[in-house]
Design a protein around this ligand. Structure first.
Ligand code: BGC
Length: 465
């Protein structure tokens, strides 16, 4: 164990996130936002306009579907909206994990998989769900990858992230891909809104609470979106939108300025399927935290007797140690760290570990999780500061809600506290008093359905009726 100590000390130093570093990250995030709003491709942050100009008001009625293709799972959902008084009358959803072969297959295979799941789900419709006569079923499609929106119901995949490597999709309109697959299934539905999961989460949360201004996903991957004034978006000025608000998808996963990275991060990035990309995401999101820790442990096992003199091959396998394992280890408050022992044994094949060795491993996890949580907090503070700078007092001087979703945020209490702690350090107690960081479970699914309703192909008919 003693021989592992210098590696741990080094790690602590390199992953440290003292206030000046966080300040730099928040400032660079705000600056990157401005650069991305000025022109397409101008900086690391894509700052993608969502084409959402009006958020759901609550008066939407009828049956709407949502599809949610994100990180680990694929979900289908239906919601019956009852207007101002009844709001959400009923919802039903189904979730499946996305098979590995689909994540690494062809575009057609992926969209056929989606359309066939959707078709089965639609076939089970009944009970409280009722389509208005003469209408097609409408879909809000949550597609959680960087997409260049071309309208509210179309957009081109820029690149895959989060371990997806489906061939032939980049550069294509994903709604056209879905329509083609639905046609192959004989399914006659129509996509009324294509949204990023952050945008869905913002719309879903805003439906219940109008003070929601920002939405952040911390799950397999990470991203944030926020409500921006159209006059603050130079790259949209040619559209002559006048004054109003819209949602901007920052794609902050691509940020990298000033991040404290270690050799473990750099090696993981170099061996990833998207080297040099999504560096913020690789430092703070759920897909990667376990893998970074595994890399540190593998080094410790090589250079010390942390796990005795032999160590299992399993430890050499990329991505065996997952973020939920780190989380389970960090919840172990027992004297002998029994839970840590069983994870080491079951997951990375360590037959024997001393209590001291288990402690070191918990420390390594904490170090990586703390860096991730604090950097996420700095990112959020950066967004809030950018918004406040453009409209003094309208953000930090009043109740402002940041809607959070994603498995990492939802399930990892230490990560959550590190994140909020960093926000408080950066924003100070006075501003922090008005900021509400709130979990909106499942916002993105319902949110996409609500955006489909708000952008319904039948909206004009509805007004006339
Ligand atoms: C994608 C984003 C998405 C985020 C969270 C990232 O990898 O680029 O579009 O919002 O993951 O799901």
């Amino acid at each position: 164990v003693a021989a592992a100590a210098p590696i741990l000390d080094d790690l602590r130093l390199q992953c440290a996130t003292p206030l000046p570093l966080l300040r730099h990250v928040a400032g660079a995030m705000a600056a990157g936002m401005r650069t991305g709003l000025a022109a397409d491709g101008a900086g690391e942050l894509k700052m993608i306009p969502s084409y959402v100009y009006s958020l759901p008001t609550g008066s939407e009625t009828g049956l709407f579907y949502a599809l949610d293709l994100g990180g680990t799972n694929f979900r289908v959902l239906r919601v019956q909206l009852g207007g101002k008084d009844k709001r959400v009358v009923d919802t039903e959803s189904e979730q499946v994990s996305i098979p590995k072969e689909i994540m690494h297959g062809t575009t057609e295979e992926l969209f056929d998989f989606i359309a066939s799941r959707l078709s089965k789900f639609v076939a089970m419709e009944g009970g409280n769900f009722q389509l208005q006569e003469g209408r097609k079923r409408e879909i809000g499609f949550t597609f959680s990858f960087p997409v260049k929106q071309t309208s509210i119901d179309s957009g081109i995949l820029i690149k895959w992230t989060k371990g997806f490597a489906v061939s032939g999709t980049a550069g294509k309109d994903v709604v056209a891909c879905l329509n083609a697959a639905m046609e192959r299934q004989g399914l006659d539905m129509s996509v009324s809104a294509l949204v990023n999961d952050t945008v869905g989460a913002l719309a879903g949360a805003h439906y219940w609470d109008e003070d929601v201004m920002v939405a952040v996903i911390l799950g397999t991957g990470t991203n944030a979106c926020y409500i921006e004034r159209t006059e603050s978006i130079p790259k949209l000025q040619h559209l002559g939108l006048g004054t109003g608000n819209t949602i901007i998808n920052t794609e902050w996963g691509a940020f990298s300025d000033g991040l404290p990275l270690t050799e473990f991060d750099k090696d993981m990035d170099a061996e990833s399927i998207n080297p040099g990309e999504q560096i913020f995401e690789k430092t703070i999101s759920g897909m990667y935290l376990g893998e970074i820790v595994r890399r540190v442990l593998a080094r410790m096992a090589q250079e010390s007797d942390l796990f005795g003199h032999s160590f299992a091959d399993k430890l050499a396998e990329p991505f065996v140690l997952r973020t939920p394992h780190l989380c389970a280890m960090q919840q172990d408050n027992s004297e002998d760290l029994g839970e840590v022992e069983s994870i080491l044994h079951d997951i990375i094949g360590v037959n024997q570990s001393s209590v001291a060795a288990r402690r070191v491993i918990v420390e390594v996890s904490d170090c990586i999780v703390k860096r991730g949580g604090r950097l996420a907090g700095a990112g959020i503070a950066g967004i809030l500061q950018k918004m406040e700078n453009d409209s003094k007092g309208l953000i930090l001087g009043r109740r402002t809600v940041v809607a959070m979703d994603g498995g990492l945020y939802e399930n990892y209490p230490q990560y959550r506290s590190y994140m909020v702690e960093a926000m408080a350090e950066l924003l100070g107690p006075r501003d922090m008093e008005h900021i509400v960081v709130e979990h909106t479970k499942d916002g993105s699914g319902i949110g996409a359905a609500l955006l489909a309703a708000a952008n319904s192909k039948y909206a004009a008919a509805q007004l006339l009726a």
